[in-house]
Design a protein around this ligand. Structure first.
Ligand SMILES: [Zn+2]
Length: 358
């Protein structure tokens, strides 16, 4: 509290000096944009953006302490213990032979229990997911248009999840997946595993991800749509020739998934041995486009609160351009806290300015 009153919550010169220079990032961006982004290139450019998220996480926490709004931070202290336990129980060290997706599935099931979702409670709204994990969503422009999000975790702070404006405005299924995916990374980092920079991208409705993304991807989908509940839902359908189209659409609407994730997940949950091949067949079928439209409409109407809720937390969306990517992330909560602290005379006007431009 003392620190923020002296204006130390605003980043000092050292911090600013360590941020990537605008010119350098623009060059890297221009180079990367010419060729299809390679995983290591995405990772290194995305890594350059992590300090901004970490800073925002720390500033939010400082402001919460200053204003005496420490409820979220205490919740984080509690939930962190539970998440850490899950992370260590299902760590790759403990289950060396277990496939990544299986480990993620167990961890996701335990996380659902930790988030006090009862068995048979299918709906997992983003508000519940964010509140229970004490995570704050932010809007942040990333150097790659298709990049979905990134996680920030400063010391003494609760997690922040940076989401690109395209994700916040786009397909609700993708948005939900992006948040759950970052919580997968959160679990990995709490488990003491090397933290990967998120290289999850979305192109059309296709999720592209690197090697290090397997756990977070599987964790996300099983967290949103548990295996036994998908099986139960699918079991209600008589299997006919066109069975999968309707069943996948129902899976998407019930659990709030994107068209492609819903179909892939349905095939995996039913343990189809040639799931990959089946997915390719569906995707090249002329009905795929109609299926995609139908799923989006259904998910949009079944989960229409999701985007509104998230927009409220995130506030104004930044412009979508590379320069914007170099500036601060956006958070409605942050703006509100700064205004409140300023009105209550807790911050010097110069500190307020520093906080707002940092
Ligand atoms: Zn990722």
């Amino acid at each position: 509290m003392e620190a923020i009153m002296r204006g130390e919550a605003a980043p000092d010169e050292n911090f600013r000096a360590n941020l990537p220079a605008e010119e350098k990032v623009l060059n890297e961006f221009a180079q990367a944009a010419q060729a299809p982004p390679q995983e290591h290139a995405i990772a290194s450019i995305a890594e350059a953006h992590r300090p901004r998220l970490t800073l925002m996480a720390t500033q939010l926490a400082e402001l919460e302490r200053l204003l005496g709004k420490t409820e979220r931070l205490s919740r984080w202290q509690d939930v962190r213990v539970g998440l850490r336990e899950i992370a260590s129980t299902y760590s790759p060290i403990r289950f060396p032979g277990l496939p990544e997706w299986k480990r993620a599935q167990f961890a996701a099931q335990k996380t659902r229990e930790l988030l006090t979702l009862r068995k048979g409670e299918t709906r997992l709204p983003l508000s519940h997911l964010l509140d229970r994990t004490a995570s704050s969503p932010l809007a942040m422009v990333f150097p790659f248009e298709q990049m979905l999000g990134e996680l920030g975790l400063g010391s003494g702070a609760a997690p922040v999840i940076g989401l690109s404006p395209q994700v916040v405005m786009g397909d609700i299924g993708v948005l939900r997946f992006a948040v759950a995916h970052q919580l997968g990374h959160l679990l990995e980092s709490l488990g003491g595993q090397p933290t990967f920079t998120c290289t999850l991208l979305v192109k059309d409705d296709k999720l592209l991800s690197g090697e290090g993304e397997r756990f977070a991807n599987a964790f996300a989908v099983y967290l949103l749509a548990p295996l036994d509940e998908v099986q139960q839902l699918a079991g209600a359908y008589p299997r006919g020739k066109d069975w999968y189209w309707d069943a996948a659409q129902d899976v998407a609407a019930t659990f709030g998934l994107s068209p492609r994730v819903a179909m892939t997940h349905l095939l995996n949950c039913l343990e189809e041995s040639n799931a990959k091949q089946m997915l390719d067949t569906f995707r090249s079928d002329s009905r795929w486009w109609q299926y995609r439209e139908d799923v989006r409409d259904h998910v949009e109407s079944a989960w229409d609160d999701e985007r509104r809720d998230l927009r409220e937390r995130v506030g104004d969306l930044p412009d979508n351009n590379v320069q914007e990517a170099l500036r601060r992330p956006r958070s409605a909560t942050f703006e509100q806290f700064v205004s409140e602290a300023s009105e209550r005379g807790m911050l010097e006007p110069s500190t307020v300015d520093d906080l707002r431009v940092a």
